[in-house]
Design a protein around this ligand. Structure first.
Ligand code: ASP
Length: 445
C-alpha cells in the first residue's frame, strides 16, 4: 500500500486536532481533559525537537565549515546572509505598514469592544509579563547584543537553547580553527562530527514519525485554550490584515525563489511543507529548526556549507513574519486608541521592528515582547501599553502560529538564494529511509 506523504499525515493530524478541540469545548470536563491527557504528547514532541537542536547545530555547522575548501567563501556566505535577511525583513515590515495604513483595521473598532478587551486582558499575566520582559530588555546598552553573542563558557552556552547565537559563535570559531590546523590533524574530530551529524539527522526522522500525533495534541490544546469567540470575531479585521500580509510574504518568497534560482515555487513550498506545518503547530522556529534543516538540505539540495550557517542564524535573527506583525499591530493599536502616528513614526517602526525581529527569541509569543519595545520607540504612552496589548492578545496565538510559518519559510528562501549565489544549490538527495518507518527500521544507508 502506498504510504501517505508526511505533510498530508501532518495536515490530517492538525485537522483532526482542531475538530477534536472544538468537540471538547462542549463538555465541562473537555478542556481539562485535553490539557491533562492530550497536550503532554505535544509538549514531549516539542521537547524532543529542542533536544536535538544544539547537537544538530554543532555537528552540522562544524561539518559545513570543515568541508569548506576556501575560507573566504565563508565570509561571502556570512555577509550575503545578513544582507539578504535585513532586506527581506524591511520588505516584510513595509508590506505590513502599507496594508494597515490602507485597510485601517483599528479605525472602526468600538469603544465597548476596547473596554471589554481591556477588562479581560489588561491585567492578564500574559500581558503584564510581556511588558516586564520588554522592560528588562530595554535596560541593556546598545551594543549589548554583540556582547551577548560571545560566550564565556562553551559548556554553559551549549546547555541553554536560548543561547543559540553563542553556540553558533563558538562553533564557527571551533570549525575555522579546525580548518587552520589542517586536515591531517583535524581528521579524528571531523570524523566524529560527521558521524554525529548523521546520527542527529536520523533522530530528526525518528521524531518526525510521531509528528502527526503530536500536532493533533498541540492543535487540540490551542483550540481549547483560546479565548472568547466573540472577542476573536471583533479582532477579525486586524487578524485578517496580518494574515493577508503573511500570505503576500509567501507569494514574495515564491517569486524570489523562482527569479533567482529558477526553482519551481510550488515544489519549493511542497518540499518544505512539513517544516511549515510544524512551525504552525509549535509556534516556534527554534523547535522547527531541525526539520527545516533536514528539508532544505535533503529535499531541496542546499549544501550543508550554506544551510548549516544560514538556517540556525535565521531561526534566531530573521523573523519576517514577526516583524510584519509588529508593524501591523503597532499601527492597529495606535489607530484603535486614537494615537496619531506621523510618517517619521512609521519609519521608526521599520527600524525598531527590524531590530526587534533580530532580538526576538524563536519561541511562542516572543514577538509580542518586542512589540512593546516598538510601541515605546514611537512614544506610545506607557500607561496605555497594557491596554494596547490587551487589544491584540486574544488573537495572538493563532497569529503567532501563522507568522512562525513565514519566519521559517523566509529562512529557507534565503538559504536557497545564498546557496545559489555561491554555487552550492545542488540536487535533492533525500535518504531512502527518510520519513518511512519500515525503511527506517531496516535502513542500511
Ligand atoms: N513564535 C515566533 C517564532 O518562533 C516568534 C514570534 O513571532 O513570537 O518564530
Amino acid at each position: 500500500m502506498k504510504k501517505i506523504e508526511l505533510h498530508w499525515q501532518i495536515l490530517i493530524g492538525m485537522l483532526l486536532g482542531i475538530v477534536f478541540g472544538f468537540v471538547m469545548t462542549y463538555p465541562s470536563w473537555g478542556s481539562g481533559f485535553v490539557q491533562e491527557w492530550i497536550n503532554p504528547f505535544g509538549t514531549i514532541f516539542v521537547k524532543l525537537l529542542k533536544l536535538i537542536a544544539i547537537p544538530l547545530i554543532l555537528a552540522s555547522l562544524i561539518k559545513g565549515i570543515s568541508d569548506l575548501k576556501d575560507i573566504s567563501k565563508f565570509r561571502k556566505i556570512g555577509l550575503r546572509t545578513i544582507a539578504i535577511y535585513i532586506i527581506t525583513t524591511i520588505i516584510a515590515i513595509s508590506i505590513g505598514l502599507l496594508l494597515v495604513n490602507i485597510l485601517k483595521p483599528g479605525v472602526g473598532i468600538s469603544q465597548e469592544t476596547i473596554a471589554e478587551l481591556t477588562s479581560t486582558y489588561a491585567s492578564d499575566a500574559g500581558v503584564t509579563s510581556k511588558i516586564e520582559e520588554a522592560g528588562r530588555q530595554t535596560q541593556s546598552g546598545r551594543l549589548q547584543f554583540l556582547v551577548d553573542m560571545v560566550p564565556d563558557n562553551a559548556f554553559r552556552a551549549v546547555s541553554d537553547n536560548g543561547l543559540m547565537l553563542q553556540v553558533i559563535f563558538f562553533t564557527i570559531f571551533f570549525g575555522i580553527s579546525m580548518l587552520l590546523i589542517g586536515e591531517q590533524y583535524a581528521k579524528p574530530l571531523k570524523d566524529f562530527f560527521d558521524a554525529l551529524n548523521d546520527v542527529v539527522l536520523k533522530m530528526v526522522d525518528l521524531i518526525m514519525l510521531t509528528a502527526p500525533i503530536a500536532v493533533f495534541a498541540l492543535l487540540a490544546n490551542v483550540v481549547v485554550s483560546s479565548g472568547d469567540p466573540d472577542l476573536l470575531l471583533a479582532l477579525l479585521k486586524y487578524a485578517g490584515v496580518v494574515v493577508l500580509g503573511l500570505l503576500l510574504m509567501i507569494v514574495f518568497y515564491s517569486v524570489v525563489v523562482y527569479t533567482f534560482t529558477r526553482y519551481n515555487p510550488f515544489s519549493f513550498l511542497s518540499r518544505i511543507s512539513p517544516a511549515q506545518l510544524l512551525a504552525f503547530s509549535t509556534s516556534s522556529s527554534a523547535a522547527t529548526l531541525p526539520v527545516t534543516m533536514e528539508r532544505v538540505e535533503e529535499h531541496i539540495g542546499v549544501d550543508k556549507e550554506v544551510s548549516s550557517f544560514v538556517l540556525p542564524v535565521g531561526a534566531t535573527i530573521n523573523m519576517d513574519g514577526t516583524s510584519l506583525y509588529q508593524g501591523v499591530a503597532a499601527v492597529f493599536i495606535s489607530q484603535a486608541l486614537g494615537f496619531e502616528l506621523t510618517f517619521g513614526d512609521q519609519l521608526t517602526i521599520i527600524l525598531t521592528a527590524l531590530l526587534a525581529s533580530i532580538g526576538s527569541a524563536a519561541v511562542p509569543g516572543a514577538g509580542m515582547v518586542m512589540l512593546v519595545i516598538v510601541l515605546e520607540s514611537i512614544g506610545f504612552p506607557p500607561d496605555k501599553l497594557a491596554i494596547g496589548l490587551a487589544l491584540i492578545f486574544a488573537v495572538d496565538r493563532p497569529l503567532d502560529m501563522c507568522r512562525t510559518v513565514v519566519n521559517v519559510t523566509g529562512d529557507a528562501t534565503v538559504s536557497m538564494l545564498v546557496a545559489k549565489s555561491v554555487g552550492k544549490l545542488g540536487k535533492p538527495h533525500p535518504r531512502h529511509w527518510d520519513d518511512h518507518l519500515d525503511e527506517v527500521k531496516g535502513a542500511k544507508d
